[in-house]
Every structure is written in structure tokens, then in C-alpha cells.
Design a protein around this ligand. Structure first.
Ligand code: 13P
Length: 280
């Protein structure tokens, strides 16, 4: 069923786990993620980022994501990831997304706070949740930019929460989008301080390549939403590749099944690590 992300994250805070937020680009990925969620009785979040809309137009994939969530057996929130323009954020809200992110991480803190508040006003009319970001997660969602990591400052997190009361806050603790060049060293000292001094559910972007141990540690230290994108795309592509090599693809529908399988395996793996199984 389609649910508000706020409720999923509140349950995660109470249950001491994190919810996987899986980026999707087409129907096959949506089906794969929801198959894993159903099998493991897990709540999940389906998301798409604004930079990906050139490949998957919002007016087409948005209704598909919402319809799939409505028909799902477990609680599913539909989230607009890395919203950059008020126009697209408004469109996602109109389409029934139950949460939107405003990514003002590149702005001065004052401006980020002001813009986040504006998005919260927009979202209020739909009772949708809002995620914001402070500090800079490295890389970029579609790999087009190599943004330097700039770890979140504790005082900024406290101020941001107090002034906005935002539903979820993405922080930068050494994490980056895309495949890491070397194993990331997350700044758990920063995460612990932010968790201790705030109540807002925290979000970890750049989930691909983070070790299972670090995921678990994050999920026990205030991180309640973990974004996974590249791992899904890679697993879908690799599964298709392998099926071709093994002679398992004879025609289009075998190709489609291989895509669903890749997204399913990837979501299943992460749901088990995040501890979201049997939480629906
Ligand atoms: P990865 O592509 O590194 O998994 O990052 C996903 C993400 O944070 C999307 O917002």
C-alpha cells in the first residue's frame, strides 16, 4: 500500500533499523524491488531523482511508481530524490508522491533553510514528507559531476532541524554517489554527534559500496533511510549480461525477466542487511 515516508521512518526509529530507498528507472526495476519487499515482508521506498528524468519522464514513471505502491502488499513510500526545481517537485506532489527531497546542499545554509521551508509549505497541501540535505555528499546522482565531499557540521544540523522541522535530513559523513574508488571511511564520530543532538531521521545517500557492517552501524546510529541507486543499475545490467552469456535469453521477455531478477536480488540483499525484513 502507498504510505507516507514520515510513518515509515518513525517506525524505523522505534524499531532501530533503516528503510531502503531504491532508485528505479523502469517498470522492471519497480517489479523487482516490490517482489523482494513482498517476499521479505519489508517496507520500502521507491525513488527517482530529478537528473534521471531525461531517461524516465516523470509524467510516465511517476504514475507507474504510485500505482505499483498502491497495489503492493507491503507499505511503500514513493519519493522524489534530489529535487532541484520547484517545478518538478510540484509535479511529483501532484502525481501523488508521498515525499520529496529538496537538495539545497550547494546553497548557503540560510538559503537552503529558506528554500526547504518553501518546499515544506508546498508539501503540506499534500501531507507529503520532505527530505533536505546539508553538507555535501560526494560525486553526483548521475555521475555527471565529481562533487567533493564536505562533511556535515553538527551546529548546522541542529540549526537546520530547529528552524525547519524537516521530516528527514541527509547528511554527509564521507559517503559519495556512484561506485567508490576505495572503501569509504565513514565519519561515525560526526554521525554519533548529530544523532545525539537531533531527533530528525537521518538519511544516508551513496549507499552503493558501503560495507554491510557500516550499514548496520549507520542504521543503529540515527540513519533511517538508505539510498541505493548504482548497485541496482549495475546488478540489473550484470544479470542481463550473464543471462545472455549463459544462453538464458531467447527473446524479449527473457530479457525483461532478467531485469526484474537483477533488481529483485539487489533489493533483497539490502533489505536483509538493513534489517527491514518482517517489519511490514
Ligand atoms: P548510489 O548510486 O551510490 O547508490 O547513491 C544513491 C543515492 O544516494 C541516490 O540519491
Amino acid at each position: 500500500m502507498l504510505v507516507n515516508m514520515r510513518d515509515l521512518l518513525a517506525d524505523a526509529q522505534e524499531g532501530n533499523y533503516a528503510v531502503g530507498s531504491f532508485s528505479v528507472a523502469n517498470m522492471e526495476m519497480v517489479l523487482g524491488v516490490l517482489k523482494a519487499a513482498k517476499e521479505l515482508k519489508a517496507p520500502v521506498i521507491l525513488q527517482i531523482a530529478e537528473v534521471r528524468l531525461k531517461q524516465s519522464p516523470l509524467e510516465i514513471i511517476g504514475p507507474l511508481m504510485v500505482a505499483a505502491a498502491e497495489a503492493a502488499d507491503t507499505p511503500v513510500a514513493v519519493h522524489f530524490d534530489h529535487g532541484k526545481t520547484l517545478e518538478k517537485i510540484g509535479q511529483a506532489l501532484d502525481l501523488g508522491f508521498t515525499s520529496v527531497m529538496f537538495d539545497g546542499s550547494h546553497l548557503e545554509l540560510d538559503e537552503n533553510i529558506a528554500m526547504t521551508k518553501k518546499v515544506m509549505e508546498m508539501a503540506q497541501d499534500y501531507d507529503a514528507a520532505v527530505e533536505a540535505e546539508i553538507g555535501c555528499v560526494g560525486g553526483s546522482e548521475d555521475g555527471s559531476e565529481d562533487i567533493a565531499i564536505n562533511c556535515t557540521k553538527l551546529e548546522d544540523a541542529v540549526r537546520f532541524e530547529t528552524e525547519t522541522n524537516v521530516d528527514a535530513l541527509a547528511i554527509a559523513i564521507g559517503n559519495a554517489h556512484g561506485n567508490y574508488k576505495s572503501t569509504p571511511k565513514l565519519r561515525f564520530d560526526i554521525l554519533e554527534e548529530v544523532e545525539k543532538n537531533t531527533d530528525v531521521p537521518l538519511v544516508l545517500h551513496g549507499g552503493t559500496g558501503i560495507t554491510p557492517d557500516d550499514f548496520v552501524k549507520c542504521s543503529h546510529t540515527g540513519i533511517k533511510k538508505i539510498n541505493i541507486a548504482t548497485a541496482t543499475f549495475d546488478m540489473v545490467e550484470n544479470t542481463v549480461h550473464k543471462c545472455y552469456n549463459d544462453g538464458g535469453i531467447n527473446g524479449y521477455y527473457d530479457l525483461q525477466a532478467a531485469e526484474v531478477e537483477g533488481a529483485y536480488q539487489n533489493a533483497k540483499k539490502h533489505i536483509l542487511i538493513f534489517g527491514t525484513d518482517n517489519k511490514a
